[in-house]
Design a protein. Structure first.
Length: 312
């Protein structure tokens, strides 16, 4: 028997099969034919950021994301930091910016080439609306679990600044959000081979946390690893009428926090307000911010504040 009738039969079957697959979506010619835009290089991303942002900038001014090193990205606005630490097991986002800034942060996560859905944990610096005001929005968009210090957890859950906060009477409420778990000082958050360590650094607020981890260059790049420290504001700012000197325990904790910052594993410092560590200036000049310089500046600021209060 010749193979021909079988061949024709197979063709007929193939035609039927083809007819059956028309239910699958046909490729959208607009997407299929558009050449994929190649991702900008790290250098181009930094240049784009510097083009968008001045040394001192508003909290909600959009800025493009840039890669700090390897798994670590800046996804914040010009004036408020948000840090994405990426990992095949899920990403970690530290800080959200303000409620409207959170939209910029989410867009930046996508622009950097990542999916907001893959953000597994949302962490904080200090519990004020300019850094955690967008938590409810980010949580809704990503499903990420929020981990917080015990004081910050209270603030996040009820949306109200805590009574012990030096700025308690001068700040607006925030959208309340569910907190999954409390983190303690020194606790290590593990995700695959990523380890982020929490450091309690009360001072600017009672619930403030700082975070450290190691970032290494991507394969194919010159091999380099740096210990990154994202350290809280620790500035002695208060509402009208509050005196730090009336709260010696709080000042004691503040001083302990500054000592802690000085001793952090820290090759490169970032801060929730980029200007506090001169980030934009450093990006222009190639300087790397240090935790010891930062600790010295914080000590000076606190001393000045206490001296001013003593003189009043
Ligand atoms: Zn702030």
């Amino acid at each position: 028997m010749s193979g021909r009738p079988l061949f024709i039969a197979l063709l007929a079957l193939a035609a039927t099969a083809c007819a059956n697959v028309t239910a699958y979506p046909t490729p959208d010619p607009a997407i299929a034919t558009t050449p994929t835009e190649s991702a900008p290089t790290p250098r181009e991303r930094v240049a784009a950021f510097l083009e968008s942002c001045e040394k001192w900038d508003e909290w909600d001014k959009p800025a493009p994301p840039f890669q700090i090193l390897g798994n670590t990205w800046y996804v914040g606005t010009c004036g408020i930091s948000a840090i994405l630490v990426t990992n095949p097991q899920g990403h970690v986002l530290i800080d959200s910016g303000t409620e409207s800034g959170a939209e910029i942060v989410l867009a930046n996560i996508r622009r950097a080439g990542f999916e907001p859905n893959d953000v597994r944990y949302l962490l904080h610096s200090h519990e004020h609306f300019d850094h955690v005001g967008g938590f409810a929005k980010i949580r809704e968009a990503t499903g990420a679990e929020i981990l917080a210090s015990s004081v910050a957890a209270e603030v996040l859950r009820n949306g109200l600044v805590s009574e012990g906060d030096p700025q308690a009477t001068s700040l607006d409420p925030m959208a309340p959000v569910e907190v999954a778990r409390i983190v303690e000082n020194g606790e290590v958050l593990k995700l695959g081979d990523l380890e982020l360590t929490a450091h309690a650094t009360p001072g600017h607020t009672p619930g403030a946390l700082s975070w450290t981890w190691t970032a290494c260059s991507n394969p194919g790049e010159p091999p380099v690893c740096r210990r990154i420290a994202y350290v809280d504001s620790l500035s002695p700012v208060s509402a009208e009428g509050y005196r730090f000197s009336d709260h010696p325990d709080y000042v004691g904790a503040f001083l302990t926090s500054i000592d802690r910052v000085r001793a952090l594993p820290c090759d490169e410092l970032f801060t929730p307000h980029p200007s506090a560590s001169g980030m934009i200036e450093n990006m222009r000049t190639g300087k790397i911010a240090s935790c010891t310089d930062y600790a010295a500046a914080l000590t000076r600021k606190l001393d000045e504040r206490l001296a001013k209060e003593a003189a009043q």
